[in-house]
Design a protein around this ligand. Sequence first.
Ligand code: MRU
Length: 364
Amino acid sequence: MHTTAPRPIRRLTDPAPHSPRVEILDQTLLPHGQRWLPLQDLAAAAHAIRTMQVRGAPLIGATAAYGLALGLEADASDQGMAAAAARLAATRPTAVNLAWALGRMLACLAPLEPAARPAAAWVEADAIAEEDAAQNRAIGQHGLALLRQLPRRPDAPLQLMTHCNAGWLATVEQGTALAPIYAAQTAGLDVHVWVSETRPRNQGLLTAWELAQAGIPHTLIADNAAGQLILTGQVDAVITGADRIAANGDVANKVGTLLKALACAHQGIPFYVAAPRSTLDFACPAGAAIPIEAREGDELRLVTGIDAQGETARLRQIPATEAVCNPAFDVTPAALVTALITERGHCPASSAGLLDLYPEQGRG
Ligand code: MRU
């Protein structure tokens, strides 16, 4: 499908030999600078995921699929393919989209002769990317239907809050949590978005940048302000993405999500989670079994920004000797989630709810 919607990963069709086949928007420079990076090989793809040049669960999955295709260009033997998949799988642990995409690629490629694998890998990786885009568009429409049902204040925009970045930068297109917000804008629904900063890596700045590009009214807040805004009635609903949803509906997402869900429950407002099929882990019984990525302490100790010359700079905020703990995700219990929104519709965050939407997962 032809689309002009922005994407953080794109295929290059230059037929010149050895020219790059895929490139990414380097998210470590945003929102202050923009740079497209060609992914030349498997190592570059693994590096991009590990260092968060690409990030967001569905985008990590799509990048891993292309990374495997790049790896097979160099070595398409059984051993080469297994080693490439293992290298990519080890980059980040929490977003199940990574394992899901690699599993799908291997299921497609393993039965083929090695010589046929590289071409087939590009086709399958493209299919994963296009399906993600289509699923996010569907999430947008299903989420919009829920937003339309929220009680409205007279002459005031719908007040939504989100956490981290679950927009087009985090997926192949549209985003998950932001897809209903983009759909709302297209439908002429008046919305304002509270964007939480998302310490320590500040993915909220990516969300603010996306919303600014789209002309959607929004306000950036420190993470710690969320509870006060929610409990004083300034938020109608919170909507986030997810990195892994367990079979019982527990949700792993960017650390800080749980506190917003608790505040929503106290206030009695909806807490929605939007995610495609690739984020559902039916093999994972509950949130306690989800691996939580522990990232390096310097993400907390150092603050990154641009200096007066416009150059990227890191400032020390916390002494190197200070012990810090930097879990990148938290788990929101299913009971705190009002509804899960997927490409198939919305459902309660429960095993029964998920099986209603995905009945094939209940068979044998
Ligand atoms: O560490 P990140 O930036 O990859 O974490 C991203 C998130 O937690 C997103 O909210 C999640 O992946 C949903 S993306 C559509």
